[in-house]
Design a protein around this ligand. Structure first.
Ligand SMILES: Cc1cc2nc3c(=O)[nH]c(=O)nc-3n(C[C@H](O)[C@H](O)[C@H](O)COP(=O)(O)O)c2cc1C
Length: 212
């Protein structure tokens, strides 16, 4: 689930900034060029919008609790990810406690997403199991993506939070993890409040650099 739900084209607006961040929404200046096609497609229009207002996607879930059984199934999906030498370098911490969630929320600019979430799953790399950092990080990425796919298939909503990694040691301290553990992501999840809009991606043609 992505972090914004509403995109509005704003033409009668003047600013020299590329990005204006407000409490609850962001206004982006759209540059002509590489990204223009994406925005034209997004708005299904021939015209590239001058500015786009993005409403923050904070209240993305309801208060309805996510059961422990669902959490276990999500983690089960995660641990079936592939890993180099099958070293399975992941560990998880499940946070429901409101007081703890509040403390964790102060460690990221995405605090509202944390506070709104019903449950957090912190995904950690167990460095005592590590054999190759690049491959271990790839395995953790696969693990997280598996979890997000499971979340989606259950009709739940989640946000992959990485910005909080700037405070990974403080998060580790709050969840009482050993020194060998390293925070890789926090997944914030719950029952979706409403259906999210479509995401946005470059065309495949923009990403293929070689074909012969
Ligand atoms: C490594 C990584 C870190 C991310 N960190 C954040 C984050 O801190 N906050 C957030 O709102 N979304 C975060 N995201 C989600 C991306 O913003 C999102 O995947 C992207 O905007 C595309 O949206 P979509 O996947 O819903 O289509 C992260 C995604 C990845 C893979």
């Amino acid at each position: 689930m992505h972090n914004y739900k509403v995109f509005l084209s704003v033409d009668n607006f003047r600013t020299d900034s590329d990005k204006l961040v407000f409490d609850d929404f962001t206004i982006l200046r759209i540059k002509q060029g590489a990204q223009a096609a994406e925005w034209r497609r997004k708005f299904n229009s021939k015209k590239v919008p001058r500015h786009v207002l993005m409403k923050d996607f904070n209240n993305y879930v309801t208060d309805e609790p996510v059961s422990d059984e669902l959490i276990d199934n999500i983690i089960e999906a995660g641990i079936w990810a592939p890993s180099g030498l099958n070293n399975q370098p992941w560990k998880f911490a499940v946070v429901r406690d409101n007081e703890l969630k509040t403390k964790i929320s102060t460690l990221t600019r995405y605090s509202k997403i944390i506070l709104n979430a019903n449950v957090l799953i912190a995904v950690l790399l167990d460095n005592s199991l590590s054999y190759d950092r690049t491959k271990d990080c790839q395995a953790i990425g696969a693990c997280i993506q598996n979890m997000l796919l499971a979340v989606h298939s259950m009709g739940l909503g989640a946000v992959w939070l990485g910005e909080i990694l700037k405070n990974k040691d403080k998060v580790l301290e709050l969840i009482g993890g050993s020194n060998a553990l390293e925070l890789m992501a926090v997944i914030a999840l719950g029952h979706p409040a409403e259906k999210s809009g479509k995401g946005m991606r470059k065309d495949a043609a923009q990403t293929i650099i070689f074909r012969k």
